[in-house]
Design a binder for this molecule. Structure first.
Ligand SMILES: [Zn+2]
Length: 235
């Protein structure tokens, strides 16, 4: 489907461009489906594409050793995956794993580079996005070190909700444990506590958010902190 100009973009980066720029970018992109578990790029491998998700979530994982990795960031409709290419680096240091299904506009690295050269507004928007993304990564590092699992789980669920705009999430305990870098038994206990407070309903990998405001109260400070930074950058 490369060259398809009929793609409906709901991605915030694309929506921030002028219509003529957005049409041109989409004309050089293809719409692809993102399926849970798809690996879009591996550490040490060339980044062949950038992705502008319309929905769905791409999880960025940093390898810790040969067997495990930890999530360092999330990309959804608010951003772009493949930011190394924006910085002129063509080899990925992270694994890009689809954590929630959806669709994305996918653009080849060569097309993206030429669009960057001719489009100062795209560079400006991505600079701002990169700033917010780094704030998310830094806050997550601090969060992992200083905050308890329950509030961290609430924050992670809210971050997922924001990107999917749905109250229904497909997340197994194993996925949550990998995202939070903890053992599965810890996630089981933390999810049970949120369920006991009637904030979520959890059953076999399916989570229903019952009380979003209550979940925000149960989250650590980090959730609001990153949102405040985003709001101050994208005014
Ligand atoms: Zn935190």
């Amino acid at each position: 489907m490369a060259g398809n100009t009929r793609i409906e973009a709901t991605n915030s980066v694309l929506l921030a461009l002028l219509p003529v720029q957005r049409r041109r970018l989409l004309a050089h992109s293809e719409q692809v489906n993102l399926a849970i578990g798809d690996i879009l790029c591996e550490p040490g491998k060339p980044t062949r594409h950038v992705y502008f998700p319309n929905n769905g979530i791409i999880s960025l994982l940093n390898p810790v050793d040969g067997h495990t990795s930890v999530e360092v960031g999330l990309v959804g409709r608010e951003g772009m995956a493949g930011m190394g290419l924006f910085l002129g680096v063509s080899v990925s240091s992270l694994r890009m794993l689809v954590q929630a299904s959806g669709t994305a506009a996918r653009m080849k690295a060569t097309s993206f580079r030429s669009e960057l050269r001719r489009n100062p507004l795209l560079r400006e928007v991505l600079n701002k996005y990169l700033y917010v993304f780094l704030a998310q990564v830094a806050q997550t590092a601090a969060c992992n070190r200083h905050h308890k699992l329950g509030p961290r789980l609430a924050r992670r669920l809210l971050m997922t909700l924001d990107r999917l705009q749905s109250n229904e999430l497909e997340l197994t305990q194993e996925m949550l444990a990998n995202m939070l870098g903890v053992r599965r038994v810890g996630v089981t206990k933390a999810a049970a506590l949120l369920q006991k407070r009637n904030l979520i309903r959890y059953s076999r990998g399916h989570i229903t958010i019952l009380d979003r405001k209550g979940l925000a109260c149960a989250s650590c400070w980090c959730y609001g902190a990153v949102n405040d930074i985003r709001d101050s950058v994208f005014v």
